[in-house]
Ligand binder design. Sequence first.
Ligand SMILES: C[S@@+](CC[C@H](N)C(=O)[O-])C[C@H]1O[C@@H](n2cnc3c(N)ncnc32)[C@H](O)[C@@H]1O
Length: 253
Amino acid sequence: MADAALEDPRLSQLSDVLDDDRSDLDAYVDRAIELGARSVLDIGCGTGTLACLLGRRGLEVTAVDPAATSLDVARRKPYADRVRWILGNAATLPPLQVELVTMTGNVAQVFLSEDEWAHTPEAARAALQPQGHLVFEVRNNERQAWWEWNRERSYRCLERPGRSTVETWVELTEVSLPFISFRSTFVFTDDGLVLTSDSTLRFRSQAEIQSSLCSAGFAAVTVGEAPDRPGRELVFMATPAGAHKSDGNCSRI
Ligand SMILES: C[S@@+](CC[C@H](N)C(=O)[O-])C[C@H]1O[C@@H](n2cnc3c(N)ncnc32)[C@H](O)[C@@H]1O
């Protein structure tokens, strides 16, 4: 399911201000460098910030997303010409053999049905070289961060030189675990235009994710934290089963 808010062309103009702090991506760039990855697939790349950062460092990057307007924004970023952009999802990828697959910005939570989710690590596995790595994050559901999703805590006023200021916030609309729904609101203060977007995320447990990675053919799954959001995120790193002699069983380190 593509994020409806990002599919609205008027909102895609806001991506620079909405994406002004992407320090969450530093850990992914560092991980790619540490692993010595020369080729990367970024699933659910959105407006392409990570893909462009990696392209800038000379990595061969393929980036896929089903939201055409997000890819339009991505293609206009510096170093975008070094990235292969694909409109679609993990199921529609051409044959690939990369050294690293990433899913940043909690993309793994947009897959609401079990089938939709299961196909994603399977496609990542198929796109990976035997010694490759899958790295992605989800929100730590034990933290129950959705109770913070209200106007008071999330309100931002986005100043855009020469253009309308935009007020934005998110509000929790439904808690029906494992599904959490929220509404994003954007108010363009010059003409009062109000845009809203309703989204639902699925919060899977660590054990459920671990199990789906094993079913998809991954082993030696490690689970860590996002350094910029301590206690709030679970960061999974998985290698294809059989990549190491000790990987006879799907195991957690
Ligand atoms: C929260 S955004 C994260 C974007 C990007 N990874 C980032 O860190 O900025 C979630 C992204 O998932 C994408 N998405 C939705 N459904 C998807 C699917 N079936 N396959 C791949 N990406 C999907 C959306 O279009 C959106 O760009």
